[in-house]
Design a protein around this ligand. Structure first.
Ligand code: ADP
Length: 320
């Protein structure tokens, strides 16, 4: 499974999971024979409905839970008792709930906890904490009590704690959940900056409107991997999305509907940024205009379920 499209050489796998399974003590089978491969510097999303096993899988990939069978290789090495500490040090995981991640009484101490625990000297700890707090937009928060902060601020503190460890792989568990638009945008930007510097980013989410901003490749999980592909390939499979209770972003739905009005962008936008780029391009080509045409019976074809898998509809036959 996995890797780059045919003809493009794949980056070396930094996560290679074969046949991972996990059952909780009460017998709940959370994961069954999950296999995936993620290359260095890739941006990959693991999507699936609630209860699909996304969190459990991230915990296993981070070495925080053992798989009951199969193998996990990180950075090319099989994960084992002997090397778990060294391998775990190269990974950072942002938990869904920041309260599960923050436990020190001051922001500075919380962000410094990991680097101190790793045995770094005082100067290096100071450098890393300052840099992480600044990157997370938390300069001036050193003495604040995490417990008193807003949810968005707590998420930033947790993220700064992960940044201070300078991980090569970033595992994000529902990173955008419960964030207001500004915190959400800032978090996505921080992740993008890290990825541009070479950090591999794996995001578990059911926030389909964030996926195009945070991933290039997607695994659809429902206890086991049911499909993998590019973001575009996954968005163009309405049956799969419906069966897994996932929805394409509103903006993509809008542009699919615009095809019934004669506006047929070459690349269906998968995010607001892509939509702005597409409209700007169309306006430039159209002398400052976007032309839409009304057709009779347009409404007959505008139900999403009637759209063909390639996203094209059948509503153009009866121009008014
Ligand atoms: P997701 O992150 O996709 O929502 P999870 O990994 O949290 O899925 O959960 C997968 C399955 O495991 C669900 O059926 C959930 O109820 C179950 N589960 C999660 N944590 C526990 C636990 N501590 N004990 C028993 N079952 C659990």
């Amino acid at each position: 499974m996995g890797g780059a499209p045919a003809g493009v050489s794949s980056p070396p796998a930094v996560i290679d999971a074969r046949c991972l399974s996990y059952a909780y003590d009460d017998g709940t089978e959370a994961l069954r024979e999950v296999s995936l491969s993620i290359g260095k510097g890739e941006r990959v999303a693991i999507v699936g409905p609630n209860g699909a096993g996304k969190s459990t899988l991230l915990h296993i990939l981070a070495g925080l839970k053992p798989s009951s069978c199969g193998t996990l290789r990180l950075f090319g090495e099989p994960f084992s008792k002997k090397n778990e500490r060294a391998l775990r040090a190269r990974l950072g995981m942002l938990f869904q709930d920041p309260d599960d991640q923050i436990f020190m009484p001051r922001v500075w101490d919380d962000v410094a906890f990991g680097p101190i625990n790793r045995g770094l000297d005082e100067k290096e700890v100071g450098r890393r904490v300052r840099k992480a707090l600044e990157a997370a937009g938390l300069s001036g928060y050193d003495e604040r009590v995490p417990h008193h902060l807003s949810y968005g601020e707590k998420k930033r503190v947790a993220f700064a704690g992960v940044l201070a460890m300078e991980p090569q792989i970033l595992l994000l568990d529902e990173p955008t959940a419960n964030l207001d638009p500004r915190n959400r945008r800032d978090l996505l930007n921080m992740v993008e900056t890290l990825n541009k510097r070479g950090t591999t980013v794996v995001t578990a989410t059911h926030d389909m409107s964030a996926i195009a901003d945070i991933a290039d490749r997607v695994y659809v999980l429902d206890r086991t991997i049911v499909r993998q592909g590019t973001v575009r390939q996954i968005f163009m499979d309405p049956e799969l999305l419906e069966s897994k209770n996932l929805e394409i972003p509103e903006i993509t739905r809008l542009f699919r509907l615009l095809r019934y009005f004669g506006y047929d962008p070459k690349n269906l936008p998968l995010s607001v940024d892509q939509a702005v780029a597409e409209l700007t391009k169309t306006m430039r080509e159209g002398d400052g205009h976007v032309h839409l045409h009304l057709h009779r019976h347009v409404h007959d074809g505008t139900d999403d379920k009637k759209l063909e898998p390639d996203g094209k509809g059948h509503g153009h036959e009866h121009p008014v």
